[in-house]
Write a protein that binds this ligand. Structure first.
Ligand code: BTN
Length: 326
């Protein structure tokens, strides 16, 4: 109901009367008044003028179910939206909810995580109010080997969303870091529950540094935030909504073919490593080559110094630029 009131306020240029809201939503005047107060508590500035009605003056950058729902037009991405002030990890929240039967496309977002998880068992610093710490739950009818490709789909969608909203050129460091001006703004951690033959569910967690001003010494060289790069505060909700809409499209393109062929061109155009020398660290040691792009299954095609072409799959390797992070 709060979402519908918010939507009506946003769609109305001038004032919407309390009576119109009562009639269209089938609720009492008192209920309308209570919802208006809740919205004001969340930070919306709403003017109430006798005999005219309500008028929305400003919208805060709050990550609430109502705010996100009032802005998205997706079919299933964001089907359920769960927002938390503080949580251990949104990936954990998504996994718990999946076990309880939450729907495909459900989204889990926190203002702050106190046990945020990064890849390779690292922790992910997730301070309050300055980032987008979110996880999307998926229930694809796929074999487990396809799950790593979903991470690449999410990376593509997030890089598109960031670029669309901020105008910054958001590239992808294979397989799934988003970088702006050579530094990481977003990392992705995918976890899954599966049997040999089928996936029960996949959770894709995306951590985006949005309005972080300073980074700890250890990561200052490699990490940045959208605010630092854009030189201004960036609202988070538009980025979340753009991601949901891009991801729904990209995911469906992926599912149609069960490979990345429909997304390949777009992904490769955004690949920061493309045409660059990279240092590959795998089980057999270390070598240098030139990254050409990804193939339909998301493996990175690398031409070694002596001309031999190899494809490397994520998980087994670490890819670095020869002069640093990218
Ligand atoms: C990486 O190491 O690059 C992956 C970082 C993933 C962080 C996100 S924040 C939202 C979600 N919840 C977590 O605990 N981790 C992911």
């Amino acid at each position: 109901m709060k979402t519908r009131i918010l939507q009506t306020l946003k769609e109305t240029d001038g004032y919407v009367s309390g009576q119109e809201l009562c009639d269209s939503l089938g609720i009492s005047r008192t209920a309308v008044w209570k919802y208006m107060n809740k919205l004001k508590e969340e930070g919306y500035q709403i003017e109430a003028v006798p005999n005219k009605g309500y008028h929305l003056l400003t919208v805060p950058d709050v990550m609430t179910e109502s705010e996100i729902k009032s802005r998205i037009h997706t079919k299933w991405a964001g089907s359920e939206i769960h927002c938390y002030e503080v949580i251990d990890s949104t990936n954990n929240a998504a996994k718990n909810a999946a076990e309880q039967g939450s729907a495909h496309g459900s989204l889990f977002i926190a203002e702050q995580q106190n046990a945020g998880k990064g890849r390779r068992g690292r922790s992910w610093v997730s301070p309050a109010g300055t980032g987008i710490w979110m996880t999307i739950l998926l229930k694809p009818e796929l074999e487990p080997s396809y799950a790593s490709m979903l991470t690449l789909v999410a990376a593509l969608s997030m890089s598109r969303a960031i670029q669309e909203v901020t105008g910054l050129v958001a590239k992808i460091k294979w397989p799934n870091d988003i970088v702006v001006n050579g530094k990481k703004v977003c990392g992705i951690l995918t976890e899954m529950s599966a049997e040999m033959e089928c996936i029960h569910y996949v959770v894709i967690g995306l951590g985006t540094n949005v309005n972080i001003e300073e980074f700890p010494e250890e990561i200052r060289e490699t990490a940045t935030s959208l605010m630092r790069e854009a030189g201004k505060h960036i609202d988070r909700v538009p980025v979340i909504c753009a991601f949901l809409s891009c991801f729904e499209k990209d995911y469906e393109t992926f599912i149609e073919r069960k490979n990345l062929s429909g997304l390949l061109e777009n992904y490769n155009e955004r690949l920061v490593n493309r045409g660059r020398e990279v240092r590959i660290l795998d089980l057999n040691g270390e070598y240098i080559g030139t990254a050409e792009g990804i193939d339909e299954r998301g493996a990175l095609i690398v031409v070694k110094e002596k001309g031999e072409t190899v494809t490397i799959t994520s998980g087994e390797v670490s890819v670095r630029g020869i002069y640093g992070y990218v």
